[in-house]
Design a binder for this molecule. Structure first.
Ligand SMILES: Cc1ncc(COP(=O)(O)O)c(C=O)c1O
Length: 494
């Protein structure tokens, strides 16, 4: 057997044998125990050593090859791929706990060989409707002259028509003229922050909230103030108190299947928030990115659908529904703000790529998104259920979690213990990533938190990841807290 290759298969339980085999080899590659260029045993040799069929080993090697981790040459054998060297090592993750550093870690996860992640609130790339989308791209050939020029800053006119049509299911009656296409919700929110708040000014955010927006606010020097959440959404009394005391410019809220908690604000809370915005003269910035990922019937209508006083800016996009790499989203804002955003957008990057916008417009026009969601929603629901079942089965009683009806995120609450400090690194050592909770908070929490995302992994791996994490947590909660001894010449002051 190849140097360092140690394998143990569980025949009674767990995923299929070939998946276990592929996963264990991946893990050894990610941990650097099987460096680039290492020769793996032949199929026949490994099948004999492990007492499995050759097909099992062939399927495992095939999976590793598809993941770009090994290369097979007829007549020479199977080797750990040279590309593995060019990927960042898992050890480079989790070094710093700031929103910026953790966003960076999450962006790198996909490139780290063999790591399984519950950290990324992303859809499963393998479910992407590639065939249909490439066909829509191909159909743009006929419009090549239009596609190679700069596009309009407001966005492709056909895409704006499709977005306006799509927003009808969110209860919103908007015209294509009111839609501004942006480079993902991230850009939409950055434009809004820049347009509405000057450095040093306060804005309200949920506690916890989307870490990427905390990074955006920090980059603009804007000060986030925490509005606590309960299972019905942001707490109106807290919003009112902060509105009176701090006069915030806006309240950034993710009312539908929030990141990181999965909480969905009730219709009553939505109406209360809007009434407060009207009464105290701040804007509501509604991030609707997850609303269509609803697993228990239709989600509540968007807050924007209730807006009669131009108090709501609505932002949404396609990163969670289709693919984040598309970098396309939209903003619907009251007219004076719309103009301001458009001008800032021209200053920033002029326009989004015409080719991708037109391909998306065609895909939406053919009802590709609706078909895709019909196919993937049952799968994501199954993954949500697998995560909740695994949490119930494996987690120690001191751990609590949210039960989302949509989106990709579950928020865990644990007692705060010093022994949990190395949890993230310990999970990475076992080939698993999750998102640490601190970076979603603007104010320290008395508890310890984690975010687990279920969109990108099949149910059997979700169950296994939760088991690994639960064991690490149990060990640490059972351990005595480390007591820091005072130096010998130390005397109490009182
Ligand atoms: C609530 C929320 N808003 C915005 C984003 C970023 O969206 P986009 O990829 O469209 O920039 C994310 C990504 O995780 C998110 O969770």
């Amino acid at each position: 057997m190849a140097l360092g290759l140690s394998l143990k298969l569980d025949r009674q339980a767990g995923p299929a044998l070939y998946q276990q085999l592929a996963e264990q080899i991946k893990l050894q590659i990610v941990q650097g125990r099987l460096p680039a260029g290492t020769q793996l045993p032949t199929v026949r040799e490994l099948a004999r050593t492990l007492g499995v069929t050759r097909v099992t080993v062939q399927m495992a090697y095939h999976e590793l090859q598809n993941a770009g981790l090994v290369e097979a040459t007829v007549g020479r054998g199977t080797f750990v791929s040279r590309h593995v060297e060019a990927r960042p090592p898992a050890q480079s993750l989790g070094r710093q706990l700031t929103p910026d550093a953790v966003v960076n870690d999450i962006l790198q996860l996909g490139q780290i060989a063999g790591l399984r992640s519950l950290a990324d609130a992303a859809p499963d790339a393998s479910l992407f409707p590639a065939q249909e989308f490439w066909q829509a791209l191909d159909e743009c050939r006929g419009e090549a002259l239009e596609m190679v020029r700069y596009g309009a800053s407001q966005g492709d006119p056909l895409l704006r028509v499709e977005v306006a049509r799509l927003l009808q299911d969110r209860g919103m009656a908007v015209t294509p003229d009111e839609v501004l296409i942006v480079a993902g919700v991230t850009q939409g929110l950055a434009l809004v922050a820049q347009a509405l708040a000057r450095p040093g000014e306060p804005v309200l955010v949920e506690q916890p909230t989307y870490l990427g927006f905390l990074h955006t606010l920090k980059a603009h020097g804007v000060q986030p103030l925490a509005v606590p959440l309960d299972e019905e959404g942001p707490i109106p009394e807290a919003v009112e108190r902060l509105a009176i005391q701090q006069r915030p410019r806006f309240f950034y809220t993710v009312p539908t299947f929030q990141n990181p908690t999965g909480v969905c604000a009730t219709p009553a809370r939505r109406a209360q928030l809007l009434a407060l915005a009207e009464q105290y003269g701040f804007l509501l910035v509604e991030d609707d990115l997850y609303a269509r990922l609803s697993y228990e019937g239709p989600p509540p209508p968007a807050v924007k659908s209730l807006d009669r006083s131009e108090s709501v800016i609505h932002v949404g996009g396609f990163s969670k529904l289709l693919m984040p790499g598309l970098r396309l989203g939209y903003v619907v804002a009251p007219p004076p703000i719309h103009e301001r955003l458009l001008s800032l957008r021209r200053a920033m990057d002029l326009c989004s790529p015409p080719l991708l916008q037109r391909a998306l417009a065609r895909f939406l026009h053919e009802d590709g998104l609706k078909r895709h969601l019909r196919r993937v929603l049952p799968l994501y629901r199954q993954r949500r259920d697998a995560l909740l079942a695994a949490l119930r089965h494996h987690m120690p009683p001191a751990v609590q979690w949210t039960r989302p009806q949509g989106g990709f995120c579950v928020w865990l609450t644990l007692p705060r213990r010093s022994t949990l400090a190395d949890l993230q690194q310990a999970a990475l050592q076992q080939g698993w990533a999750f998102a640490p909770g601190e970076v979603f908070l603007t104010r320290p929490s008395p508890d310890y938190h984690l975010r687990l995302c279920f969109g990108a992994q099949p149910p059997e791996w979700i169950a296994q990841g939760v088991e690994v994490l639960a064991n690490l947590i149990r060990e640490r909660l059972d351990r005595q807290e480390s007591v820091i001894e005072p130096p010998s010449d130390w005397l109490p002051l009182v």
